[in-house]
Design a protein around this ligand. Structure first.
Ligand SMILES: [Zn+2]
Length: 256
């Protein structure tokens, strides 16, 4: 059994130590917060899995549907939640981040709404971590933002607007403009390159090739899941493009 530890947050109701962690590499302290859903029908089983050595996965925190918060890995350690992922050019997201697993069966099992109590607890926990760790608003992200080719969680039902209203994360109201055209798979040209550059500037792992390929579609889809959740179709329509533009111009200043 891994040794027990003291909770990092006063909001933690119980410690369920996971053996799946290591030392953070090349960073002094985490400066990202990654939100997940568990993607399993049974939340107790999801927690058990995150604490089983054979699963080789974990996260720092687990938030049940009723708002109960459990800590599995101390914040100073590197938990194993993000997998192959990248943001702002950094590929070891696990070393840089704190991971929160939110109990929800996910897209494969009906994708229920997140209960109010659960979201309230997630907001409180995020606020607590952000304050202690001084995490920048635009580094509070979905798993799908850092691994758009593989992941959909926590998904388009996750209320980023509500989090933002409560001081968690970077978000703008989806914008509207009629001047731009829609860009989609198969399109090529300078407009695509410019859009890819904007996505990369925000943090997504994408090369400005000028071709709207399958990878670009996946990243646009991830972007929409987070920032324009009403329609997720992988098409860079005028609203999606304008929202991306506004996000870039309103992002908090970089520290480095
Ligand atoms: Zn995840």
């Amino acid at each position: 059994m891994p040794p027990r530890f003291s909770p990092d947050s006063r909001l933690v109701k119980a410690i369920e130590p996971s053996p799946n962690f290591g030392e953070r590499r090349g960073v002094i302290a985490p400066d990202m917060l990654i939100l997940h859903y568990t993607g399993m029908k049974d939340s107790e089983a999801a927690l058990r899995r995150l604490c089983e050595k054979s699963s080789e996965v974990s996260a720092h925190y687990f938030v049940f549907e009723n708002g109960r918060i459990v800590q599995m890995v101390p914040e100073k350690k590197r938990a194993w939640h993000a997998g192959v992922s990248s943001w702002e050019g950094g590929s070891d997201v696990n070393s840089r981040s704190i991971g929160i697993e939110i109990a929800n069966s996910g897209h494969d099992f009906g994708y229920p709404d997140f209960p109010k109590k659960q979201i309230k607890a997630v907001i409180a926990l995020c606020k607590d971590i952000i304050k202690r760790r001084k995490i920048r608003a635009d580094r509070v992200l979905a798993h799908s933002d850092v691994a758009p080719a593989r992941k959909r969680d926590p998904g388009e039902k996750f209320p980023w607007t509500k989090l933002h209203k409560n001081g968690v994360g970077h978000w703008v109201r989806p914008a509207r403009t009629l001047r731009r055209k829609s860009l989609r798979v198969g399109d090529r040209g300078e407009e695509i390159r410019a859009a890819q550059e904007m996505l990369a500037a925000y943090g997504y792992e994408i090369s400005p090739t000028g071709t709207f390929d399958e990878n670009t579609r996946k990243i646009v889809t991830a972007f929409q899941r987070h920032f324009r959740p009403k329609r997720i179709d992988g098409i860079l329509d005028p609203q999606t493009r304008a929202t991306l533009h506004q996000l870039l111009s309103s992002r908090p200043h970089r520290r480095d």
